[in-house]
Design a protein around this ligand. Sequence first.
Ligand code: HEM
Length: 217
Amino acid sequence: MLCTSDENGKFMNELDIADKILGLLIGGHDTASSACTFVVKYLAEIPEIYEGVYKEQMEIAKSKANGELLNWDDIQKMKYSWNVACEVLRVASPLQGAFREAIVDFMFNGFYIPKGWKLYWSADSTHKNPEFFPEPNKFDPSRFEGSGPTPCTFVPFGGGPRICPGKEYARLEILVFMHHLVKRFKWEKVIVDEKIVVDPMPVPAKGLPVKLYPHKP
Ligand code: HEM
């Protein structure tokens, strides 16, 4: 970006460069950390889901030699854990949505949208639509079993040409985090009814304090 000019030989100005760097830092860090936070929250709140993740991760842990690192095949085995992570991304989508600009005039649901208008697509309201996700407020990782949700209804990473390029890296990051956490600890929330604030990503208002209980050796 710093070394490349556009077709007229013009380089990016400093403000645009700063904007891109911030976008990458926030988009690449705060999103995945919000997702990991909600994994911790839901595993604390729903013991049977913790147990399912624990069982799957311990099977993988036991198949490894002492000190052997996780590899790509191990990640592929984390099917239940990924269903849990997807359900986290559904109920607490780190990016609630984003903007697009209409490039042509069109009609949608009886509304006329003129070319040039800015439109907001909302991951959060799509994920809470009971037509596609019955009992949308229920935390249920089985929604992702088999062929999973209807195409284009589960969009935590967006879709189309501008879909998140960090999607697979984020998957790896969240699963590796889950593996190491459940392998060592069980935990409980300190504040049972802690509020969630969205600023601009969802986060527990007090930072989700937890009590950690290491597994017995
Ligand atoms: C759970 C984690 C993540 C979520 C939920 C997420 C979500 C999203 C979404 C919804 C978009 C599309 C925005 C739009 O359509 O306008 C996006 C774009 C983007 N994401 Fe992610 N993201 C995550 C992790 C990451 C990571 C780890 C990186 C980089 C290391 C990253 C880098 C980017 C970049 C550079 C874009 C802009 C792509 C473009 O405009 O062409 N994201 N992300």
